[in-house]
Design a protein around this ligand. Structure first.
Ligand SMILES: Nc1ncnc2c1ncn2[C@@H]1O[C@H](COP(=O)(O)OP(=O)(O)OP(=O)(O)O)[C@@H](O)[C@H]1O
Ligand SMILES: [Mg+2]
Length: 509
């Protein structure tokens, strides 16, 4: 058979858990092979084994039918295997090219030959339609571009098999379409792709075959043409999943959050929020729809105190909270599920238990006489981990060792549990499996029904339409239109998000 990569009967254990239990994955040349499984099923682990980051306890790997030992990522590179990780691994102050050549710098008379490398990087970028600027600094380019740098890095090293670990989780719909085109241009050149994604529609759209794993075990490998979204969902979580959330009409009460004429600059002093008005009332979910980069992140940072506002006011429960410190904002009753879970959500080298009290550790009962009361902390954590189905060997495991989706569930649990009057949920279900999404959506609606105000920021229009009671469209730093989910659809929203007015968007329907 023409398999480029075979992973046969792979077993990989971590303390207290078997992450991969006798899993087999066989990839054909030129195919896009999806790897599907719930959060913590063992997908990233399996790919880290293939990339040489972990050594399996059992099993065999074959590349082009030859048994191989992939002892580290350099060996993987030499065998033509490249990986685009779930959480990027780029050096921010370096340029695109510097990042790409890191570890395999071309030299000339003992000096790094950057010019030569830049030329090669630019050529590769053009060949696969990546449109990356080889000289740009990583900290200056978008997340979508950073991902392309990761792709280029693998191509630069001669990858024939590319592993993508949840590449679309951090992308906007537009960027996803472009990534799909890039993937097609890669397979057209004979490269093979292993794609991890939780978005079943993407699997149906782009991949030829799909291997499903559950709780560390291989379940099945299917031809995508012979299956459907419902079957895939139930294979991966072991039960039927509903994609639509049931909810009663909202009964909004008093105004909880009132934003008036708010102006915020980003870290580079560029105006991003340019006169924003927005109200969220108790007992309603307000969704903010918008193309990435229209000020949503800065809006959230301003409300939560992570970024100073230039002018305008933010009122919360009739008090002015403009430019308060993050701790003061939190203490006044605002919860925040941040869009970047590693930067703002967790301290990765703390245990998952410690992470559950990041905002409350100095309060009773978690601190007493200025000493942490670990018994109380871990008891709290045990409860949350149970309630939110955070899959971890124990509460003492470092947050870093949890799977991406389980890190996300832990943050959501912590934020909802503090029962804030206002919950700001930025891309809350990013990286979650379909079963976990269903659960979290229910929990958000429950908060609403308890009379809490929820501000939802999401690039997933499905999610915005499904959950929101009211949708505010953010364009160029302003709230340009408010619509009701039952009176709009993805098309109209798309037009509004692109800057069209409501009248025009209505006409084009
Ligand atoms: N370095 C590690 N040390 C200890 N346990 C780990 C480590 N890496 C992963 N695990 C555990 O192995 C299991 C599988 O994790 P993995 O990251 O492979 O899941 P995943 O399928 O990629 O999930 P997700 O969809 O959430 O990313 C999890 O229970 C996780 O906690
Ligand atoms: Mg993963």
């Amino acid at each position: 058979m023409d398999y480029v990569v075979e992973m046969l009967n792979i077993r990989k254990e971590f303390p207290g858990i078997v992450a991969n239990d006798n899993i087999t994955l066989q990839v054909k040349k030129g195919e896009i092979h999806a790897l599907l499984g719930e959060n913590g099923a063992g997908k990233s682990t399996l790919m880290n084994v293939l990339f040489g980051l972990y050594q399996p306890e059992k099993g065999e790997i074959r590349v082009n039918e030859e048994p191989v030992k992939i002892t580290d990522p350099n060996v993987a590179n030499d065998l033509g295997i490249g990986m685009v990780h779930q959480h990027f691994m780029l050096v921010e102050p370096f340029t695109v090219t510097q990042n790409i050549i890191l570890g395999s710098e071309p030299t000339k008379f003992g000096k790094i030959n950057l010019k030569e490398a830049e030329k090669k990087v630019q050529e590769l970028s053009d060949r696969y339609g990546l449109r990356v600027d080889a000289k740009a600094k990583i900290s200056d380019i978008s997340v979508g571009m950073q991902q392309r740098v990761e792709i280029l890095k693998t191509l630069y090293r001669g990858a024939e098999v590319l592993i993508f670990d949840e590449p679309t989780a951090v992308l906007t719909p537009q960027e996803i379409t472009e990534l799909m085109e890039i993937m097609h241009s890669l397979t057209a050149e004979g490269k093979s792709i292993i794609l991890i994604t939780h978005k079943l529609k993407e699997i149906m759209e782009i991949s030829e075959r799909c291997t499903v794993i559950r709780k560390g075990k291989g379940i099945d490998t299917l031809n995508v043409a012979d299956t459907n979204v419902t079957e895939l969902a139930s294979l991966m979580v072991g039960r039927n999943v509903s994609f639509k959330t049931d909810k009663t009409p909202a009964e909004p009460k008093e105004t909880v959050l009132k934003i008036q004429n708010l102006k915020v600059r980003d870290k580079r002093k560029v105006d991003m929020v340019k006169g924003m008005d927005l109200e969220v009332r108790a007992g309603e979910i307000v969704g903010v729809a918008g193309v990435d980069g229209n000020g949503q992140s800065e809006l959230v940072e301003a409300i939560t105190g992570l970024q100073k506002s230039e002018s305008g006011t933010i009122q919360f429960n009739h008090k002015d909270i403009t430019n308060l410190s993050p701790r003061k904002v939190t203490e006044s009753g605002v919860g925040h599920i941040p869009q970047d879970r590693h930067k703002y959500g967790l301290v990765l080298d703390f245990t998952i238990g410690e992470n559950m009290v990041l905002q409350t550790y100095y309060q009773k009962p978690y601190s007493k006489y200025k000493t942490l009361n670990y018994k109380e902390i871990y008891q709290k954590a045990e409860g949350l981990i149970d309630e939110y189905d955070v899959r971890t060997p124990s509460v003492y495991t470092k947050a870093r060792a949890l799977s991406g989706g389980n890190q996300q569930k832990a943050i959501i649990g912590r934020e909802i549990d503090r029962s804030p009057d206002l919950l700001i949920a930025a891309q809350p279900t990013r990286g979650l499996d379909v079963g976990a999404i269903e659960f979290i959506h229910h929990r958000l609606i429950e908060e609403r029904d308890k009379g809490k105000a929820v501000l939802l920021i999401s690039f997933e229009l499905d999610e915005i339409l499904d959950l929101s009671d009211r949708i505010a469209v953010m364009f160029d730093g302003k709230n340009v239109a408010e619509v009701k989910p039952e009176e709009t659809d993805e098309n109209e929203l798309g037009l509004l998000m692109a800057g069209s007015t409501k009248e025009k968007a209505g006409d084009q329907q």
